[in-house]
Design a protein around this ligand. Structure first.
Ligand code: COA
Length: 156
């Protein structure tokens, strides 16, 4: 399935042969990036996964989520550095929310680092609200970092 955004960008489901390009973006975006194996496992177990790309250019970003028993969980959302600040992260969230609604989910949950200002603004702007903290959730150089747990009500 693919959704047209405008003349130049499209969102479609992630395929196994996207994983090398996805990993390329992942490894420049995070200090503790997911391995190719994690992405492969996500697709194998049926997690929902999308990529966003220009019609005639390299893959620009991706999102992965698990959707089950009334709840969607955003596992990863990432844009190549050169593709940030154009609303593409928001468009990937739109695809996730639309799919979650089709699967009768009532809520989207996610974790974010307190230090990740760009992501926190994106989620706040989208309507996510803070539910609490998961202590020591993320790896860190010396100490582990807490995660903020956010939720978005998507009931009709
Ligand atoms: C976080 C991320 C996904 C945002 O994607 P994006 O496509 O750049 O975001 P959008 O263009 O849709 O921006 C939506 C809103 O987010 C906020 N935002 C996005 N980037 C921001 C930045 N660098 N600084 C401050 N706010 C920012 C803004 O409020 C923006 O709305 P506005 O431009 O109308 O003010 C992207 O920066 C990214 O891939 N970061 C690295 C990976 C990551 O941290 N992922 C999140 C893990 S929880």
């Amino acid at each position: 399935m693919s959704a047209r955004l405008d003349e130049t960008w499209q969102i479609r489901r992630m395929r196994r042969d996207d994983i090398a390009a996805v990993r390329g973006i992942e490894s420049t975006a995070y200090d503790y990036p997911w391995s190719e194996r994690i992405f492969r496992d996500c697709l194998r177990v049926g997690y929902r996964a999308w990529v966003i790309e220009p019609v005639d250019g390299p893959l620009a970003g991706y999102a992965l989520a698990s959707i089950a028993v009334g709840e969607a969980h955003l596992l990863n959302l990432c844009l190549a550095e050169s593709a940030r600040g154009r609303g593409l992260g928001t468009r990937l969230l739109d695809s996730l929310v639309a799919q979650a609604r089709r699967e009768a989910a009532a809520v989207v949950m996610l974790e974010v680092r307190p230090s990740n200002t760009a992501a926190r603004r994106l989620y706040a702007r989208y309507g996510f609200i803070e539910q609490g903290r998961r202590p020591g959730y993320y790896p860190g150089e010396t100490v582990r970092e807490d995660a903020l747990l956010l939720s978005l009500d998507i009931t009709p």
